[in-house]
Design a protein around this ligand. Structure first.
Ligand code: BGC
Length: 249
């Protein structure tokens, strides 16, 4: 069985698990450690090292990690939802030194999108697929005929004078105590804008809240077909592991 390891760095937790590359499923139990406060590069790198060390992994296993910001050739150009000192950091360099293994780093939504395109809801789907993750922010990935266009930041579209994720993320729903119906109205505004700009063939909606998709997906009024993510919260880990195995740079 070919295995790779994925680590998903998020605003509230850092999660890791070994992944069976054939099926895109975990081969062992996922380990989650709360994101340290403050979430500085050094503190988060330490948590990643602890996660890796708690699994008995052969030295040559590919390791991929996701990060909640764009990653341009390894470097974070800006950061919305972790400590501001991440700006300008070369993530694979930092993590390789902390973990003692070669690692690749990729935007969290790109990893999720790649996993959905490889194993999940967008598998073998031709045309333009937009995968969004609704969480602390709004992550986005564009996949065209199975190929990922990295670092697309549709969570930061400015809509009605607001940064879109500040109004329509799952964190905004919780913060403002919105009902599913109220939230779906905001999501309709959001997805209609994305639809108008990109004319996608499919929307895949992921993030932890997608397990409640029956509550809000049917209330979102767009023309583009919209489906819940198949891998839910596992998508980041699975996509990062698979990209590491595929030699993503
Ligand atoms: C970041 C994205 C990230 C998304 C979800 C946004 O604030 O800019 O890079 O994918 O949050 O974590």
């Amino acid at each position: 069985m070919a295995i790779a390891f994925g680590i998903d760095i998020g605003g509230s937790g850092v999660k890791g698990a070994p992944v069976d590359l054939e099926t895109g499923t975990f081969t062992g139990e996922r380990l989650r450690i709360p994101t340290p406060e403050p979430s500085t590069p050094e503190a988060v790198a330490k948590v990643c090292a602890t996660i890796i060390a708690s699994f008995d992994l052969p030295p040559e296993i590919p390791v991929g990690l996701t990060f909640p910001a764009p990653i341009k050739h390894g470097v974070v150009p800006f950061i919305a939802n972790l400590h501001k000192s991440w700006k300008g950091v070369n993530v694979p360099e930092l993590m390789t030194a902390a973990i003692g293994r070669n690692v690749i780093a990729i935007n969290d939504a790109d990893a999720a999108g790649y996993a959905e395109a490889t194993y999940g809801a967008a598998r073998e789907k031709a045309g333009t697929v937009i995968v969004t993750t609704l969480g602390t922010g709004i992550g986005s990935a564009i996949i065209v005929d199975g190929k990922l266009v990295p670092n697309v930041e549709l969570g930061h579209l400015e809509i009605d004078g607001h940064d879109a994720e500040s109004r329509a993320s799952d964190a905004a729903r919780e913060r403002e105590d919105l009902s599913w119906k109220q939230w779906a109205k905001r999501l309709t505004v959001y997805y209609s804008t994305v639809e108008m700009l990109f004319s996608p063939d499919l929307f895949v909606v992921g993030g932890g809240v997608s397990k409640y998709h029956q509550e809000f997906l049917p209330l979102i009024r767009v023309k583009t077909p919209m489906v819940p993510a198949a891998l839910r919260n596992a998508a980041g880990i699975v996509g990062a592991a698979r990209l590491a195995a595929d030699g993503y740079k």
